[in-house]
Design a protein around this ligand. Structure first.
Ligand SMILES: Cc1ncc(COP(=O)(O)O)c(C=O)c1O
Ligand SMILES: N[C@@H](CCCC[NH3+])C(=O)O
Length: 433
């Protein structure tokens, strides 16, 4: 199996950077998320360099939803990243991570008045998702007498080869405004006293392993850019969203995941030509989440027991409470027995979590080395939508997260406790002791 660059095998153990994951599991306990910071930094630099080969005016907005740990956001902020934020919580994480407000875009198809108000008060650009939202924003800006720059999210109506639950730019998606209705939205925005439309936003979906849809979307969006320029909109940015997939299948028949260089080679010429034709020079914005952090992280989990019945179950201490992707999208994550990382596969087994649901399977029917109680199983490529989508289901406190940099390894989030989980519980008066 071709491991992600964040990992290596040394003396039979799986390493993250220069740190033995088996040692990490012992020191910090399991389950444990472990992230290679240098890998995240490398990814950021590579993505930015690929785009900057074509135009200088490029801004990467890390999709904070993929992994909103403020430490990682700080890592990316130091590299110059901004963020796509989808909630007040993500906004706060981005600000705490040190991202400047002019590198943030407040996204969302169902924003509250409080969301809009916060964006206006912080002076953060907003991706407006409906004309109704525009009118609400108009009222807020008039009340606060504060100007705000916006873009609209355009739905390019493109089918993408990914799981239907994460295809966002398809015709019947809840996101964005269809291209045929967008001119009217911009006209209405131009008429608002404190609102200046300066941008355009789209996002066609996530975990996309083909490049063509990105280039097609760019063409559709830039056609709209030309039209709205004619209306009098002075475009400062066009944001093409995220979506670049990673190779979750790493064994036989590995995923042929596109690279940022391939992405840039397909998309940037379309963008550059369309800008030239329309006589505009907006910044090129992009919102990678998964590609930035997905491969950087493993979830370490200990084997509680091995059950040999009609098949072999390896029962581990992490389940869909900590990594919901396999249960939610039937996603594939490679698993490696971290303390037997170069041992030959001799059994076929299913790695199951401790949650009281049949669907709590992390990896089904995998070829693994002989595995026993106490072994450490590493679930690969868990950095995006892993901890971020975790829960406390079955009253299980969330596990800690460790950040590795070279040979250094420290907590970037401690384990939750029972007290953390119940801190918000309030007993009604007739229940008090
Ligand atoms: C608006 C928006 N931008 C960016 C992303 C990040 O996508 P990905 O993690 O696939 O790069 C998403 C998630 O799909 C999104 O909804
Ligand atoms: N949560 C999804 C990706 C959705 C991206 C957010 N729009 C996943 O784990 O693959």
């Amino acid at each position: 199996m071709k491991l992600p660059e964040s990992l290596a095998i040394k003396s039979g153990h799986l390493y993250c950077g220069d740190v033995d994951t088996v040692w990490l599991a012992e020191k910090f306990g399991t389950p444990l998320y472990v992230t290679n910071e240098r890998h995240v930094i490398k990814n950021y630099r590579r993505f930015e360099a690929a785009l900057k080969k074509y135009v200088d005016n490029v801004q990467l907005l890390y999709a904070a939803k993929a992994n909103e740990n403020p430490v990682l956001i700080q890592t990316l902020a130091r590299e110059g990243a901004g963020a796509d934020v989808f909630s007040l919580g993500e906004l706060r994480a981005a600000l705490e991570g040190g991202m400047p407000t002019d590198k943030l875009l407040f996204n969302g198809s169902s924003k509250t008045q409080a969301d809009l108000r916060a964006a206006v008060e912080h002076g953060i650009r907003i991706s407006v998702d409906s004309v109704d939202e525009l009118h609400q924003l108009d009222a807020i800006t008039q009340e606060l007498k504060k100007p705000i720059k916006i873009g609209f999210r355009v739905n390019p109506e493109i089918n993408v080869p990914t799981h239907p639950k994460i295809a966002t730019g398809i015709k019947n998606s809840k996101f964005g405004i269809p291209a045929e209705m967008i001119l009217d939205a911009y006209k209405q925005a131009l008429a608002c006293k404190y609102i200046t439309p300066v941008g355009m936003h789209c996002h066609i979906g996530s975990q996309i392993l083909e490049i063509e849809p990105f280039a097609i979307a760019c063409g559709v969006i830039m056609k709209v850019a030309k039209e709205i320029t004619k209306l009098g909109v002075k475009l400062e940015f066009v944001d093409f969203g995220g979506g670049l997939g990673i190779p979750y299948h790493r064994g036989e028949n590995p995923d042929a995941a596109p690279t940022p260089e391939e992405y840039a080679a397909a998309v940037m010429p379309v963008f550059v030509a369309a800008c030239k034709e329309a006589g505009i020079s907006p910044a090129f914005w992009v919102e990678p989440g998964r590609w930035m952090v997905g491969e950087s992280t493993v979830l370490l989990t200990k084997v509680n027991s091995v059950k040999r019945v009609h098949k072999t179950f390896i029962n581990v201490d992490a389940g869909f409470n900590l990594l919901i992707r396999p249960a939610m999208y039937d996603s594939w994550h490679e698993v490696v027995v971290a303390n037997k990382a170069d041992a030959p596969a001799t059994i076929t087994a299913t790695v199951t979590g401790p949650i009281c649901e049949t669907g709590d399977i992390l990896a089904a029917d995998r070829n693994l080395p002989e595995t026993v109680t106490g072994d450490i199983v590493a679930v690969l490529d868990a950095g995006a939508y892993g901890y971020a989508m975790s829960s406390q289901y079955n009253s299980r406190p969330r596990c800690p997260e460790v950040l590795v940099n070279g040979d250094k390894a420290e907590l970037m989030r401690r384990a939750e406790t029972y007290e953390d989980m119940t801190a918000t519980v309030v007993y009604p008066s007739w229940h008090r002791k």
